[in-house]
Design a protein around this ligand. Structure first.
Ligand code: NDP
Ligand code: OXD
Length: 314
């Protein structure tokens, strides 16, 4: 019985320590560090695994993705037949909601402008529209999008959401499908993307989408916040819209290429805030605790929660 851990870029020590604490008495192999017999691996814990990793794992019972987004796993040409479960955890959701709320408030309250005034030693009180005058639109009404909507609505924003299938949420205007996208964008001053990357969503945040946003709102122009995946956005279109004023600003946590290359114009753009794909950081303790609960359920015959639908790709 072996647990295989394959998460390039994760601090191995804290993750293997959490595995030892929450899944004691099981064999553990770290991909790239330990030798192991592939036939003995029953569970694989992965983040951005090398494609082909699953192929020799003939006894694999389940795959646990160490994050919420599964795009890298789902594009592996040799996906196993066993269930693939992803992270849905209050710790991750809370981290994302905190980041989204911080960025929405920063745009509504003109935070970048205040930093510039401070740097210039200037005491100036710029006008700030009320939250109730600002329309936030959240793309993706899943585990993360729904929580962000609820908190933003509690702060007084006019909140709407967009999803693939129709959803009803208390106090939130909802839109769905390709036909719902136009009306959703047309009432949005601050667009928040919390979508998964799938063949349907790749490149969605492009010139056409930006032009569909509200340009008559209380903030003087629309803002974009993307914490979904970099593959959702066309960076050349975002830069062009920032430069000619069709976008008033952007906060990006995810990029077409990660790490964001040092020469990217996004780094120095005066209207752009960059964070390094850590809107919701993966906490080893919280995630391994979740996976230990999942394995206990699975071994008791209760099946896994949060299994990825391979046809939908998320
Ligand atoms: P969920 O699977 O719970 O929700 C996904 C939402 O997106 C659903 O509402 C779904 O619609 C909607 N959706 C999917 N495809 C489409 C489409 N073609 N058109 C319209 N809506 C669509 O995911 P989570 O909320 O848990 O996570 C969302 C994403 O956030 C992850 O996939 C990941 O990429 C990203 N993420 C980023 C992190 C970061 O640190 N930057 C951290 C964690 C996650 P429906 O409701 O109809 O199914
Ligand atoms: C992600 C995550 O999907 O960190 O990006 O969970």
């Amino acid at each position: 019985m072996t647990i295989l851990f394959s998460a390039d870029g994760f601090p191995t020590h804290s993750w293997t320590a959490a595995i030892a604490r929450h899944l004691p008495g099981r064999g553990l192999a770290v991909e790239g560090r330990d030798a192991y017999d592939p036939a003995t691996v029953d569970y694989a814990l992965v983040w951005k695994q090398p494609h082909g990793l699953f192929r020799p794992l003939t006894g694999l019972k389940a795959v646990f993705v160490l994050g919420a987004g599964v795009d890298k796993v789902m594009t592996d040409p040799h996906l196993p037949a066993c269930p693939i479960a992803r992270v849905v955890d209050p710790d991750l959701t809370m981290r994302m909601t905190g980041w989204v709320t911080m960025q929405v408030l920063a745009h509504q309250r003109g935070f970048r402008h205040h930093l510039a005034l401070q740097a210039a030693h200037r005491w100036e009180q710029a006008e700030q529209p009320a939250a109730s005058a600002v329309r936030v639109g959240v793309m993706g009404l899943g585990e993360l999008g729904r929580d962000a909507c609820a908190v933003l609505a509690r702060l007084g924003f006019q909140v709407a959401g967009w999803s693939r299938t129709a959803r009803a949420l208390d106090g939130i205007a909802t839109f769905s499908g390709p036909e719902g996208l136009g009306p959703f964008l047309a009432r949005t001053d601050i667009l928040v993307s919390l979508l998964p990357l799938t063949p349907d969503t790749r490149g969605l945040i492009d010139r056409r989408l930006i032009d569909g946003l509200a340009h008559d709102g209380a903030l003087g122009g629309p803002f974009l916040i993307n914490a979904g995946r970099g593959g959702l956005q066309v960076e050349a279109d975002i830069l062009a819209a920032l430069d000619d004023g069709r976008l008033a600003g952007a906060t990006l946590d995810v990029f077409e290429t990660e790490p964001l290359p040092p020469e990217s114009p996004l780094w120095d753009h005066p209207k752009v805030t960059v964070t390094p794909h850590n809107a919701a950081d993966s906490d080893a303790e919280a995630i391994i605790r979740l996976i230990a609960r999942q394995i206990a359920r699975f071994e008791a015959g209760d099946g896994l929660a949060h299994v990825v639908d391979s046809a939908r790709g998320y």
